[in-house]
Design a protein around this ligand. Structure first.
Ligand code: FO1
Length: 304
């Protein structure tokens, strides 16, 4: 089984899936469109979240970074006037330093991810969507800034005039992603931001075409007119898309078979999707505790 993952929502679902199927049977194609260089370190937040999840060290209160991590290095750097965009923990920084060293030694992002997975004893197959760098940049009235600066430093407050993924036009689907997609028939599009988390994966050449030949279930990250978390709303609105599950379904309609939306959603009309040949299924998608994560995962597995 393949899961397309970005931050928070998809890792929560993977957490539930892990209780039902062995890690060895899980392949995760992970967004790298929010990656950022900071103080000489290459940080790839969505890959790290998935790595830490499978390594059993993810902070499940925040759904990023390592549980119990300290911030001594970040604080010391701040005192020296180095204000990093992402407040990186010390252990998190260690992982990112190891990765950066591997990249500097000539490894691809896939090879570096594989090696770090191996060292953590991870059995799942964690695959960066691409080995090329793709960077989400947001145009605000005060200028063009990195997604992480918009979301973390500026708390998602600036108006979003537009956004784009720099490097996306040159990026290719990673060979490992391609190879796993050749072997597996079931794909889950996790409930992550359809703009900056799932969007970059879908934008890669061939991806949408490949998905058309698979059985694809997408889970909406939006309930009513508000995302469960994160900046999806503002970013969708900046592209003129309706901020709703209907807006998400519109983005995915050409290559999905089943669309899962929340039981509380009062915007999506399932008949509209059925008319497009997409099965619409209402489930409880609020994964606020482990039981709910496992329940949602179980219901999704029943759909295949
Ligand atoms: N997100 C936040 O909202 N605030 C943070 O301070 C923060 C720190 C952070 C550190 C390392 C890391 O890998 C991710 C971190 N994130 C933080 C998450 C990140 O900004 C995005 O939410 C992810 O890119 C997921 O889309």
């Amino acid at each position: 089984m393949i899961i397309l993952s970005g931050g928070t929502g998809s890792p929560k679902l993977i957490d539930g899936l892990r209780k039902l199927i062995p890690d060895e049977e899980i392949s995760v194609i992970v967004n790298t469109g929010e990656d950022i260089w900071s103080s000489g370190v290459f940080i790839t937040p969505d890959i790290d979240t998935v790595l830490y999840l499978f390594a059993g060290i993810l902070d499940k209160n925040k759904w990023w970074s390592i549980v119990g991590d300290t911030h001594h290095t970040f604080q010391q750097m701040k005192e020296l006037g180095q204000n990093e965009i992402l407040p990186l923990g010390d252990r998190d920084r260690a992982v990112n330093l190891v990765r950066t060293e591997m990249l500097n030694d000539g490894l691809t992002l896939m090879e570096a991810t594989d090696e770090i997975s191996r060292r953590f004893g991870i059995k799942a197959n964690i695959i960066p969507m691409s080995d090329e760098t793709v960077t989400a940049m947001i145009e605000t009235p005060e200028g063009r800034i990195h997604f992480q600066e918009f979301w973390v430093t500026k708390k998602g407050i600036p108006e979003v005039l537009s956004f784009e993924h720099e490097g996306a036009e040159k990026a290719k689907l990673s060979p490992a992603a391609k190879s796993v997609l050749e072997k597996e028939d079931l794909v889950i599009i996790g409930p992550s931001n359809p703009m900056t988390s799932i969007g970059p994966i879908l934008a890669l050449p061939e991806m949408k075409e490949i998905l058309k030949s698979k059985k694809v279930i997408a889970i909406s990250p939006i309930i009513g007119n508000a995302p469960v978390s994160g900046p999806a709303g503002k970013l969708m609105a900046s592209k003129g898309l309706e901020v709703s599950s209907r807006g998400v379904a519109e983005l995915y309609k050409d290559f999905i078979d089943i669309f899962v939306y929340d039981i509380r959603d009062d915007v999506l009309n399932p008949e509209e999707l059925e008319a497009m040949g997409i099965q619409a299924i209402a489930l409880d998608t609020m994964m606020t505790d482990e039981e709910k994560r496992v329940n949602l995962a179980r219901e999704i597995l029943k759909l295949f």
